[in-house]
Design a binder for this molecule. Structure first.
Ligand code: 2AM
Length: 171
């Protein structure tokens, strides 16, 4: 099974991201991501065995990190991967803390964190820049997700959700 840890938006944040995506004029060949699939990848594991799944669940269960808020304030076209994303120009300390702890526990080599939500794939031309209101996303939990390839878009199944501690909130 293919697994990853991610942040998943609540209905309100998903609605704001959808509004942002709708305002982008992309070519018709681009493929919009279904809003129910919006997420921020924290750590991508790739193919793992059933035995590894138990280890990952234990990591998620024992991880202690505080809640935080991320401000998605930039629409970016990433030419190499042909995606348009909503990105956070600054990663709040709480997000960095969660991401570091998670990647250290898994033992993954850490690439620089670029917190983003992919809004569209198969994009070959940058969207026309326009003013945007930032999407403010209060993060209270993180999830372990299974990804199954689908005909059009991957199907995501939530395997586990763990709460973040509410005594620390980094604006
Ligand atoms: P994304 O976060 O930029 O959209 C599930 O496949 C998620 O993991 C997707 O959201 C995807 O990118 C991310 N992902 C897929 N393959 C990856 C890889 N090889 N390395 C890092 N992230 C990957």
């Amino acid at each position: 099974m293919r697994l990853f840890f991610a942040l998943w938006p609540d209905v309100d944040v998903a609605r704001q991201l959808t509004q942002l995506a709708r305002r982008l004029n992309l070519q018709t060949r681009s493929r919009w991501i279904d809003p129910k699939n919006y997420h921020v990848t924290l750590a991508f594991l790739g193919e793992v065995s059933a035995a590894d799944l138990a280890v990952l669940q234990q990591i998620g269960r024992s991880l202690r990190a505080g809640q935080f808020t991320v401000r998605f304030d930039s629409i970016e076209f990433w030419r190499e991967s042909r995606v348009v994303v909503a990105a956070a120009r600054a990663a709040p300390p709480g997000l960095l803390d969660l991401w570091r702890k998670l990647n250290e526990a898994i033992g993954l080599p850490r690439e620089p964190l670029r917190a983003h939500v992919t809004l569209a794939r198969k994009v070959t031309q940058a969207p026309v820049p326009q003013a945007m209101s930032p999407v403010v996303w209060p993060v209270t939990n993180f999830r372990l997700i299974r990804s199954d390839s689908g005909a059009v878009e991957s199907a995501y199944t939530v395997l586990d959700t763990w709460s973040l501690l509410d005594e620390i909130r980094n604006p």
